[in-house]
Design a protein around this ligand. Structure first.
Ligand SMILES: CC(C)(COP(=O)(O)OP(=O)(O)OC[C@H]1O[C@@H](n2cnc3c(N)ncnc32)[C@H](O)[C@@H]1OP(=O)(O)O)[C@@H](O)C(=O)NCCC(=O)NCCS
Length: 199
């Protein structure tokens, strides 16, 4: 796999832009704090049981383990994370999960910008062919985000995950081929707002 997990300096020009980089240990304190917010846990389920479990979670990341964690940055600020998990390199498939940690930042386009950066990376340098996800059917903001990015609903499943209340979920998927042809595909300038530093 071509991708190197490197950190890159923030250029002054990227001060207010959305960009992505690999998650690192410095991010964990913030991720754990967000995880404890009931508004986030309601939608994501609780991921960590304190700092130790977050450290173990990060240590379990890596291409060979089929899990990659991405930090969503806006200028110098960590805004959230995206996880590609259950990656099967042979078939080019992965499950995606995204979370912006501060509810006050929801609904202003950050998730859309981040998703396009991650998808361009997943279908570009990572050479994945299919990305899928599960989302609670009543999480309308997230469903709208995914549809905007080109994901299609494939099945409605009973909840089996870590969400507090049992809620049905949509299984949604996007293929590299359909993303290439999707109207929402980012053009280098339009998306925007930044560039991936993961190559
Ligand atoms: C889901 C999430 C990543 C979306 O990121 P975001 O920055 O809030 O989303 P954006 O502002 O880019 O786009 C949201 C879209 O949903 C729309 N939307 C917002 N609330 C909505 C609602 N109640 N019903 C339908 N659409 C809604 C917005 O209008 C926007 O669409 P538009 O651009 O066509 O107007 C973010 O809100 C988040 O992290 N939420 C908590 C965790 C979560 O739910 N993760 C997904 C779990 S699968």
């Amino acid at each position: 796999m071509a991708t190197e997990w490197t950190r890159t300096q923030i250029e002054p020009a990227m001060k207010d832009t959305v960009w992505i980089r690999p998650l690192c240990a410095d991010d964990l304190e913030q991720l754990v704090a967000w995880d404890g917010n009931p508004a986030v846990a309601e939608l994501m389920g609780q991921r960590f049981e304190g700092a130790d479990s977050a450290r173990a979670w990060l240590l379990a990341m890596g291409p060979r383990r089929g899990r990659l964690g991405v930090a969503v940055m806006e200028g110098p600020r960590l805004m959230g994370d995206v996880e590609l998990e259950h990656i099967v390199w042979r078939t080019g498939e992965a499950e995606l999960r995204i979370c912006l940690g501060n509810p006050a930042e929801w609904g202003r386009g950050l998730g859309t910008a981040a998703m396009h950066l991650v998808l361009a990376w997943a279908f570009g340098p990572l050479a994945l062919r299919r990305v899928y996800l599960r989302v609670a059917v009543d999480n309308r903001r997230a469903v709208r985000l995914y549809e905007k990015c080109g994901f299609g609903k494939r099945a409605k499943l009973p909840s089996t995950g870590r969400l507090r209340q049992a809620r049905a979920v949509w299984l949604m998927e996007l293929t590299a081929a359909s993303y290439g042809g999707a109207a929402g595909r980012p053009r280098a300038s339009a998306a925007g707002r930044g560039s991936t530093v993961l190559e």
